[in-house]
Write a protein that binds this ligand. Sequence first.
Ligand SMILES: [Zn+2]
Length: 117
Amino acid sequence: MRIPARMVPPFSAILSRNGRQAKLVPTDETLVNGSISWFVPVLPGSRRRLRVLCPCGCRGVSDLFVLSPGEDHPTDEHAIVWRWDGNVEKPTLFPSVWMDRACGWHGFLRGGVWESA
Ligand SMILES: [Zn+2]
């Protein structure tokens, strides 16, 4: 499965309960699966985020914390972060993305395209 990651303006999501797991659900029904938006940090020390609408169609949302090129990994060993190649329009992230707060979809974002693992 290859799905283009369409860049969209920041979109909101609502938190709902799905059994024991929290699931984030986008409020905008018009968003295309695999859409992503940037959240640029405002407060000092806060991290750049990429918000992802799951490519699989489950309408789950995940927020990924990303490191800019050359940025050091946080000293907090529990921090989960992705390396970003610096391309804003067609980003590549490393390592792979696991939608662990949604459906469990696993795949890659390379050159602005989602690809199942
Ligand atoms: Zn999904």
